[in-house]
Design a protein around this ligand. Structure first.
Ligand code: MSP
Length: 544
């Protein structure tokens, strides 16, 4: 049965509206208890870079890329009450800040789900009804330690008791306060799925970097996937979606939140009518592995829906070695950082410096240095020099190389031949920093050759001396080819700058397969194409 649904769903390419959909990528939905910080921006940028890369690779614009805001639960209600606002109004204000951030960073989202929307409520309630119909929900008394910050019950083994001025207080391993609750709840038969979820993790290794796949398996082994509470009495939590048929209970926020992925796919509907399923790629932070690698696949199995193909897990941004988070109060405001570094500068720094497998310390000074050294002095410098009227008086791009070709030009050409494959391998694993490293090395090599070849002298000699003319044209040809290829490969990282560069270079074919050397070999003469603007301006200016 499952195989049958799986096959049909995999072949699903056309949505109800008839638009083909070739890829489905999601981010977690963001809590609205506060404004966005740099960690949130990083999550969405990572997904955006994967989305742009995939579109280039597939040669398709039709991807489903969804994000949104997580608006129910005790945490949100407490924050709203503290700020003296009604819950819905408070959520409207903070959700709008996330939307604004994504707009300012040109995030290529195709949907934004708010958990307080009617369409989402309909999805969650039908998910609940389906789980109940399939026999996976039952009523029982649930007792345990509840952590409001993470909206989750915490196993007894992870509780730490501390004596404070106000008496004994209990904490989880992340130093969040937990409280004991014993209440009549609905439970989900998570335990029924232990073996299947473990086998999925073991055999398909869906989570990258692999250390987080191992971490997910370790969590199962430690917690034994006991049944979880999926509702709370309304008297304890009223800012949530009602359990269908029992208005005295509300639905657990993580079941509510995880269902957002189904909302954007168009659930409830027949599996064949989902916009696209299964999800191709889910970007998550390492703090929410348990929910996405244990609960989510179990919910999907209980709904007879296929599991996501890939989960990309990233580490955290730190401030003074501590995770940047609202509850710690050590957050960096992305809007303010953008004013200093620019959207492209900030985007470049976050994607260039973060490593998925380990945490990274945030530093505005390092960001400034990196952007100046790599975008302005390396990429921008090569572009502006090769277009400068003094060196390029005719404002043209040679489209071939004249034989004989000097060794150092052949060396760069050979690098360009393998560069897109190197980047593809790294980008596919969301190791953007490694791909950018290879691009920057190639640009540096070309810059070095440019400096050593003294084009400002060659350009003066070229009308008198054939050899100088050949050297000049070959240098310009390889340099523009480097710039064209590197700009395509940089599109997922700095789309705005790379696009502008490609436009100035009069590039017509922008796709992943075009990111390989296309220079013709000429015996003596060489044709050219013109640079788009009269004087290509410097695209990347230094940050002061
Ligand atoms: N609402 C849940 C997710 C529900 S998805 C069905 C949630 N929200 S969150 O706002 O706390 O986090 C959203 C994303 O931001 C997560 O991927 C999380 O890892 C990421 N980040 C939050 N702080 C971060 C850092 N300091 N650094 C990097 N990313 C971090 O969890």
């Amino acid at each position: 049965m499952l195989n049958h649904i799986f096959r049909k769903a995999v072949n699903q390419r056309v949505s109800r509206s008839g638009t083909p959909c070739d890829y489905f990528i999601t981010t977690p939905i963001f809590y609205v208890n506060s404004a966005p910080h740099i960690g949130h921006l990083h999550t969405i940028l990572l997904a955006d870079a994967i989305n742009i890369f995939t579109k280039l690779k597939l040669g398709s614009q039709n991807t489903l890329f969804t994000s949104g805001t997580d608006e129910h639960g005790i945490k949100i209600k407490t924050a709203a009450t503290k700020s003296g606002q009604r819950c819905q109004h408070f959520c409207d204000l903070n959700s709008a800040k996330f939307r604004q951030l994504f707009y300012e960073f040109d995030i290529t989202l195709t949907d934004f789900v708010r958990t307080t929307e009617d369409r989402h409520r309909a999805t969650v309630q039908s998910v609940w009804s389906e789980l109940e119909k399939n026999g996976y929900i039952y009523k029982s008394t649930y007792s345990g330690w509840y952590c409001n910050t993470d909206e989750t019950f915490v196993p007894e083994s992870q509780i730490v008791k501390k004596t404070t001025d106000s008496g004994e207080v209990y904490f989880d391993q992340n130093d969040n306060i937990v409280t004991w609750s014993s209440e009549e709840n609905y439970l989900f038969r998570l335990s029924s799925f232990t073996d299947r979820v473990k086998s999925w993790l073991n055999h398909t290794k869906p989570i990258l970097p692999e250390k987080f796949n191992t971490e997910a398996i370790r969590i199962i082994e430690n917690s034994r996937m006991e049944d979880i509470s999926v509702s709370r009495p309304r008297s304890r939590l009223d800012w949530a979606i009602s359990v269908p048929g029992d208005s005295s209970q509300t639905i657990y926020v993580w079941l509510d939140a995880l269902s957002n992925y189904l909302t954007s796919a168009g659930y409830p509907c027949e599996a064949d009518d989902l916009r696209r399923w299964p999800i191709d790629c889910q970007v998550i932070g390492k703090d929410i592995i348990k929910f996405h690698a244990l609960y989510w696949p179990a919910f999907l199995m209980a709904l007879s829906l296929p599991l996501p193909k890939r989960l990309i897990c990233h580490s955290h941004w730190l401030i003074d070695s501590l995770k940047m988070s609202k509850s710690r109060g050590n957050v960096v405001d992305p809007f303010a950082e953008k004013d200093v570094l620019g959207t492209s500068g900030l985007r470049y720094y976050l994607l260039r410096s973060a490593t998925p497998h380990s945490d990274t310390g945030y530093s505005q000074m390092q960001a400034t240095r990196l952007v100046n050294a790599e975008l302005a002095d390396n990429y921008g410098n090569l572009l502006s020099r090769s277009c400068a009227p003094a060196i390029n008086p005719d404002q043209v791009i040679p489209i071939g190389l004249i034989e004989p070709i000097d060794e150092n030009i052949i060396e760069i050409k050979e690098r360009l031949q393998t560069l897109s494959t190197t980047c593809r391998v790294h980008y596919e694993e969301a190791n953007f920093y490694k791909g950018v490293d290879a691009i920057m090395n190639t640009l540096r090599l070309n810059n070095k050759l440019y400096e050593e070849s003294k084009p400002w002298k060659l350009v003066k000699l070229k009308s008198r001396d054939d050899n100088s003319c050949r050297q000049y044209l070959n240098l310009q040809a390889i340099t523009f080819e480097t710039l064209r290829i590197c700009s395509i490969l940089l599109l997922p990282i700095i789309p705005q700058i790379a696009n502008e560069a490609l436009m100035r270079l009069n590039t017509t074919e922008v796709s992943w397969s075009a990111a390989c050397p296309q220079l013709e070999l000429c015996k003596d003469k060489m044709s050219t194409r013109s640079i788009r603007s009269e004087f290509a301006k410097v695209l990347v200016t230094k940050i002061k």
